[in-house]
Design a protein around this ligand. Structure first.
Ligand code: GDP
Length: 421
């Protein structure tokens, strides 16, 4: 609740139209989906506010039910006066995400689109918004429909084989006809899985760890990066021995940078040792590691599968010429632009396209891919068994779009929504 120019009130459910009639003080119900001016009145007949009202008869509404929108003044007094009136007329406050949930139950959106909406509401950067809109607008469901078409082809062949069980040469023929559909499906599932990691990085942010010995200039580097970005910066305080993290936007991507305690082989100080352990973990987990040490010094030894951007620091101290790495100095500004370009390129190389940005989606696609792989590895001799296996893969894909078996995960998804969505 707050002061605003306009406040939009949404009602959904079978009593919506009647509630609108009562609030309109007996004026006729507006034409469907037409913004119409109305004075709203209390049940006692006193004037409450005036504004635009909209009537969305179901099922052609966002929730699939009868819906009403009241565009009233964003006044605190109106906002306080209206809820008890609505509740007297039979309405109650919506749960977080309940409008979307009702829309989902009435087949207005797939579960993929719901997740796209959640991602859109969370999106901070342009790239995240675009990715979310692709899923929200149905690209994910269209992709799943193409996968289902491969299965349908396989099933059509199998069912005709089951209908004519006496023909001798059917098994070999089936194998020949079913295999291409399954091979195509397998390839597409694998592509989606490969992209899922990128998609998730785009949605959640790319983890970058700055690693190097103590006094390499890591904190100085992080602080200089924070100055580059004014949009997203939020840094967590910590001691010099601990990890400090900051979220910022690099090349339109959300990047989570971890500044870590210096990696040093032997240390006697317990607290410092714990810090070094954590920095090893951070390096192992990161998507990208900025590995630095002063120019002329050996680069830090790091054990990681992440991409590494090797940097020599303190280039102003005179030992940069002999160092093969990109030598930068935060103090003098030497090579700063080149460093930023290299960093941005490394970040952009990590978070690409890909539609399936949620772990739930990745797990189900992985499950389907494994099942197809298992079928392809066995000999496709028994058409009945094969038909059963193909059906099971169809169920996995239905779970992906939310057509079946989703009650347990719905709560988890919708609890992340805000009220009124
Ligand atoms: P960290 O322990 O790796 O985080 O290193 P710091 O960022 O705390 O820096 C250690 C010391 O190196 C500080 O005294 C910094 O002022 C200094 N330093 C950082 N960057 C530069 C640089 O570009 N040139 C020079 N000459 N000194 C630097």
């Amino acid at each position: 609740m707050g002061k605003a120019g306009i406040a939009v009130w949404r009602l959904s459910g079978p009593a919506s139209g009647e509630i609108l009639d009562r609030l309109s003080g007996g004026r006729p119900r507006p034409q469907a989906r037409r913004a119409t001016h109305r004075y709203l009145v209390t049940p006692e007949g006193a004037l409450l506010d005036d504004g635009l009202v909209l009537w969305f008869p179901g099922p052609a509404s966002a929730t699939g039910e009868d819906m009403v929108e009241l565009h009233l003044h964003g006044s605190l007094a109106v906002a306080r006066a209206l809820p008890p009136i609505l509740s007297n007329l039979g309405a109650r406050a919506a749960m977080p995400g309940e409008f979307t949930l009702r829309g989902f139950h009435h087949g207005k959106m797939s579960l993929l689109a719901v997740e796209g909406l959640a991602a859109l509401l969370d999106s901070e950067t342009e790239a995240q918004r675009r990715q979310a809109m692709r899923t929200l607008s149905g690209e994910g469901s269209a992709q799943v429909a193409r996968w289902r078409a491969h299965l349908l082809r396989a099933r059509a062949v199998l069912e005709s084989a089951i209908d004519f069980p006496d023909e001798e040469d059917i098994p070999a023929q089936i194998a020949e006809e079913v295999r291409p559909a399954l091979v195509a499906l397998y390839g597409e599932l694998q592509t989606a899985l490969a992209e899922a990691k990128d998609a998730r990085r785009l949605r959640e942010g790319i983890e970058v760890a700055i690693i190097g010995p103590p006094n390499a200039g890591k904190s100085t580097l992080l602080n200089a990066l924070l100055k580059e970005d004014r949009a997203l910066v939020s840094s967590l305080p910590g001691t010099t021995r601990d990890i400090v993290s900051a979220r910022l936007e690099i090349g339109g991507r959300v990047v989570e940078i971890l500044d870590t305690a210096g990696i040093r082989e032997a240390t006697t100080d317990d607290i410092e040792r714990a810090g070094v352990e954590r920095s090893r973990d951070a390096a192992a987990r990161a998507d990208l590691v900025i590995a630095c040490s002063p120019a002329g010094a050996p680069p830090p030894a790091i054990d990681t599968d992440a991409q590494i951007l090797a940097v020599a620091t303190k280039a102003d101290e005179g030992r940069a010429a002999s160092d093969p790495r990109l030598a930068i100095s935060v103090h003098s500004g030497a090579n700063w632009d080149r460093f930023l370009t290299a960093f941005t390129e490394a970040v952009l190389a990590l978070g690409g396209g890909g539609l399936f940005a949620y772990e739930r989606q990745r797990l189900l696609i992985g499950e389907a891919a494994t099942a197809v792989e298992r079928i392809l590895a066995a000999d496709l001799a028994d058409p009945e068994l094969l038909a059963e296996q193909v059906r099971a893969i169809g169920h996995t894909l239905d779970a992906l779009t939310g057509k079946i078996g989703t009650e347990d995960i719905l709560g988890e998804i919708f609890s992340a929504f805000c009220i009124g969505k």
